[in-house]
Structure formats: C-alpha cells, structure tokens
Design a protein around this ligand. Structure first.
Ligand SMILES: C[S@@+](CC[C@H](N)C(=O)[O-])C[C@H]1O[C@@H](n2cnc3c(N)ncnc32)[C@H](O)[C@@H]1O
Length: 183
C-alpha cells in the first residue's frame, strides 16, 4: 500500500511541477542563431541604454548583446540555467556589463530598462503585455521572438522577430482601463 501511495505521490509531482513551470512562462528553447543575429541588427539601430532578457535561459542573448557592448541583465527561474549562464558570462569576461540572476519575471520591476527582449509562450502574452505597459517608460522597446501581444501593434516585423514601442497612449489607455475597472 505504501508503495502505491509513493507511486501516486511521484506521479502527482511529475505532473504538477511541469504545469507550474508552464503557467509561469515558457520552457527553455534557445533563440536560434539567425534570429539572434536579426535581434542584434535591430538593437544596434535602436541603441538602448539598458536591456533585460525576461527568461534568459542559458544566457545566449545576454552574452551576445553584452559582447556587442550593451548593458544587459537576464532573469531566469531555472537555477541550473542560471548557473550555466553565469559561467558563460564569466568565461567571456562579461560580468562587468551583464548579469544573470535567478528570479521570477512576474515579481521584478522592469521600469529601469528601456528595452525588453523575450521568448515567451502564447498563453502568457496577454499578462505580459499588461506588465510591460504598466512598468516600462514611454519610448521603451520590446523585442519578442515569435509570439505576438494580443493588443499591441509591432512597429517592425522581421521573420519571427517583432519589435514594439511603448507609447504614452498605450500607458494612458491602461490607466483608463484600470480606473474604469476600479469604479
Ligand atoms: C524560450 S526560453 C528563452 C531563453 C533565452 N531568452 C533565449 O532567447 O535564448 C524561455 C526561458 O524562460 C524561463 N522562464 C519561464 N518562466 C519564467 C519566469 N516566470 N521567470 C523567469 N524565467 C522564466 C524558462 O526557464 C526558459 O529558460
């Protein structure tokens, strides 16, 4: 009987853990080399001051943008990937201008950044849109790999890569919607 409970317990954990991870964000899939190069071209044109990769994975994009001279932070929920990313930055001598730390993207304030890059998953794009619109300053850019936001219109699309700009109008719309909800 005890063995049966153990098996049921393990099966539940095996189901619950992946479901929880998926509800938080995307599984780990690194951005392809060609998409990453496309992003570098876009970033060079837009010249952000400070970038954040929301869900940094193994630090591929953090390393790439830091190598091109940009200041970038990565936030990643999976501790194994965080360690891999940190080792990667140390190996390439990039720890002065780039960081990767463990954290949940829903729990950090991204207001100090003027560019967000992300490779998320379709079921969280609406919630992410709300976070970006409420925390980013007007003029900030968002680069999304593959997945589109439900209510934002990209200013540019190149293959799988979409670029968005947060405008004062978007922020005002959100404030209006929030105050109407409160009323
Ligand atoms: C599709 S991968 C993208 C990795 C990297 N940005 C790239 O483009 O190569 C998404 C990453 O987001 C991480 N992630 C998922 N939910 C998260 C959350 N709530 N907070 C922080 N990271 C999260 C996953 O562990 C995964 O490594």
């Amino acid at each position: 009987m005890a063995e049966l409970y153990l098996i049921i317990g393990l099966a539940m954990i095996g189901l619950i853990v992946p479901i929880w991870f998926l509800s938080q964000g995307a599984p780990f899939v690194p951005t392809s080399d060609s998409d990453a190069e496309q992003m570098v071209r876009i970033v060079k044109r837009l010249r952000p001051r400070k970038i954040i990769d929301l869900g940094a994975g193994d630090g591929k994009l953090v390393e790439l943008f830091a190598t091109h001279g940009y200041s970038i932070d990565g936030i990643e929920i999976n501790p194994r990937l965080v360690r891999r990313g940190q080792r990667r930055l140390a190996r390439h001598g990039l720890t002065g201008r780039a960081t990767i730390r463990r954290g949940n993207l829903w729990k950090i304030d991204i207001g100090v950044y003027d560019m967000v890059v992300l490779y998320a998953v379709s079921n969280i794009m609406g919630r992410l849109e709300g976070k970006l619109r409420s925390e980013l300053r007007p003029g900030s850019f968002v680069i999304s790999n593959y997945f589109a936001f439900p209510n934002l219109v990209p200013i540019e699309s190149r293959g799988r890569i979409r670029v968005y700009r947060i405008t004062p109008g978007l922020i005002n719309d959100l404030q209006l919607a929030t105050s109407e909800e409160r009323a």
